[in-house]
Ligand binder design. Structure first.
Ligand code: NAD
Length: 466
């Protein structure tokens, strides 16, 4: 099958292609078009042309969003299979991602966008109106290629913007298949999809006709995106990396919390912006909790995404595999111990089993930076204030969690942590109505809920003297 880009309502090829690698084999399994600069220009021009008609009819936009949700659900198995092949996650999780994403289309289709009324009396009516921005760029990473794209498309389209989307070159095919599925639902030019790497991303972010960049990816790229937005003051939303701390309080029961912590750290093989990436454990619970987590690590089935029973797939690409491996090896050289895992599986593909690293501490890269993979450092603490200080001592600030049998105390500690989301006795519970985004270098702006919608709008005050 050949995958094509969506430009101005037509599926188009490119003269050059890039290999897409199956992470379960480390072998190329498909080709993906590499957009030329002219094709990026054509996609932006189509989005600009489509904008005036698309912005006019909100009821029609809501209908389109609902149709998008239905069409995605009808093709969830095809989309999920391709997503599993190119990303590495299990088929079940890939199909779940597609269904979850479709709910964002349906949810935004039903969102109340009525103007806010600030004053309405005999003298005046003052309303706050939300207006679309124009042609916007949606740039996405490789860990959740479908749902992270829909986090952008659904509110952008509801608000009346037109979109040029660019997926990661590691996972472009599911986005292209989605383009094919939505082609006859969304009017020509309203949604365009171009593929390629950094050059294509940069061509989009520098394009003078793009009015907003909604970007999800790494911090270094996010900074480059912001620089390229500066010259013509494009709006930006940046959803960037995380290094989420989880703090276990000394009153927690290891048997109760181990499974939740395990899945929050290792879901999607740890390739999750909001995964637990450092675990702070009090002295009294250290050994039983490490043992309970190690048991989870040993019992989980690691395998190819399409293999029967797989719970954790491979890492997505060689660079990520090498990063995780290096961070664990360096931590061990620096005095840490591996409680379980610590060596790649001896099979083709980027398989690194769930790994627990004890005797970890600040100063190790595995603790201070984002590993984005199947390795969790465990840091002992004696003093809770000091654990909270360490949790906050970071340029990341995406999310965090506190684990305890005393919920009120958990909430009090959670409030002390500087992060866009803080959870108690759970982690990574993303709600479509709740704003998602980070403090500090983890991002700018918020996605989801009304905040996600507002991010794709300008505010206009309409003030009428009666
Ligand atoms: P990345 O920054 O390497 O790439 C992200 C996207 O940007 C890709 O589509 C890439 O092709 C494109 N790109 C690269 N250079 C560009 C440039 N100069 N201009 C414009 N676009 C460019 O990130 P990644 O490795 O694909 O994803 C992993 C990162 O994403 C992790 O740090 C993870 O935490 C983060 N992430 C954040 C969230 C969140 O919501 N905060 C969600 C998922 C992933």
């Amino acid at each position: 099958m050949s995958y094509r880009m969506l430009i101005d309502g037509a599926l188009v090829d490119a003269t050059a292609t890039d290999d897409v690698i199956n992470p379960a084999t480390a072998e190329p399994f498909e080709k993906c078009p590499r957009a030329t600069a002219e094709q990026v220009d054509q996609a932006v021009a189509a989005a600009v042309r489509a904008f005036p008609a698309w912005r006019k009819d909100e009821a029609a936009r809501r209908r389109v969003l609902n149709e998008c949700a239905t069409a995605m659900q009808a093709r969830a198995t095809d989309l999920g299979t391709l997503l599993s092949q190119e990303q590495g996650k299990s088929l079940e999780q890939a199909i779940g991602e597609v269904f979850g994403a479709s709910m964002w289309f349906a949810g935004y289709a039903a969102m109340d966008t009525a103007p806010e009324i600030l004053q309405d009396d005999d003298d005046k009516r003052i309303q706050v109106i939300r207006k679309p921005l124009g042609a916007v760029a949606a740039i996405t990473p490789w860990n959740y290629p479908i749902i992270l794209l829909i986090f952008k498309l659904a509110p952008a389209l509801l608000a009346g913007n037109t979109v040029v989307a660019k997926p990661s070159p590691f996972t472009p095919l599911s986005t292209l298949l989605l383009g094919e599925i939505l082609k006859d639902i969304v009017p020509a030019g309203v949604l365009n999809m171009v593929t390629g790497g950094a050059h294509v991303g940069a061509a989009l972010t520098e394009h003078p006709d793009i009015r907003k960049i909604s970007f999800t990816g790494g911090i270094p790229t996010g900074k480059r995106v912001m620089e390229s937005a500066a010259s013509d003051l494009k709006r930006v939303t940046l959803e960037l990396g995380g290094n989420d701390p989880a703090i276990v309080l000394e009153d927690a029961n290891p048997a109760d919390v181990a499974e939740g912590i395990f899945w929050a750290a290792f879901q999607n093989s740890g390739q999750l912006c909001m995964a637990i990436k450092r675990l702070y454990v009090p002295e009294n619970l250290h050994d039983p909790l490490v043992e309970a987590l190690a048991e989870q690590c040993r019992s989980v089935k690691v395998g190819g995404g399409l293999e029967e029973g797989t719970q954790l797939g491979p890492l997505n690409n060689k660079a990520q595999f090498d990063t995780v491996r290096r961070m664990v090896d360096d931590a061990v050289k620096d005095g840490a111990s591996v409680a379980v895992g610590g060596e790649p599986l001896s099979r083709p593909g980027y398989f690194y089993p769930p790994t627990l690293v004890t005797k970890a501490r600040g100063g190790m890269e595995l603790v201070d930076e984002e590993q984005f993979g199947t390795a969790l450092p465990v840091i002992r603490y004696r003093n809770l204030d000091d654990a909270v200080r360490q949790a906050n001592d970071s340029h990341y600030g995406l999310s965090a969690s506190v684990w305890t049998s005393d919920v009120a105390r958990g909430e009090a500690i959670a409030r002390e942590i500087d992060a866009g989301t803080t959870w108690v006795n759970q982690h990574f519970d993303v709600n479509p109505l709740a704003p998602m985004g980070g403090f500090r270098w983890s991002g700018i702006g918020r996605e989801n809920g009304r905040w996600g919608y507002e991010g794709f709008t300008e505010v206009q005050v309409l003030s009428t003297k009666k």
